[in-house]
Design a protein around this ligand. Structure first.
Ligand SMILES: [Zn+2]
Ligand SMILES: [Zn+2]
Length: 107
């Protein structure tokens, strides 16, 4: 069988492309009976689409600011905020008093 270059129209982009004799021979050797419906560039695009699918979805870290609870220092009576919900059964200290108590309490 003698192959001849043929001009086909891509079903994807409507561009005429050459289905060359070499390509036709290659096709037949591979057992393909249908002529190609897409131009080489559309075929390459589809192939890369299938391969490089997915990706993306870059996660950004979500730093929630620590919730502060206003309270009054049990030591000096100063208004302060603590990063936990103050409970009535424990004295809550401001930063200064807390640090001072920690430094002085060397059990
Ligand atoms: Zn095309
Ligand atoms: Zn204090």
């Amino acid at each position: 069988m003698v192959f001849q270059d043929r001009t086909l129209t891509c079903v994807e982009c409507n561009t005429d492309f050459t289905f060359s004799a070499d390509d036709q021979r290659y096709h037949e050797e591979r057992g393909f009976t249908n002529e190609p419906r897409r131009c080489p560039s559309c075929r390459a695009a589809r192939r890369s689409q299938r391969q490089g699918g997915g990706g993306g979805g870059g996660g950004f870290s979500n730093y929630a600011p620590r919730e502060m609870h206003p309270t009054v220092c049990a030591e000096c009576g100063k208004d302060t905020e603590v990063p936990f919900r103050p409970r009535g059964d424990r004295p809550v200290y401001c930063d200064d008093c807390f640090r001072r108590r920690r430094a002085s309490s060397s059990f």
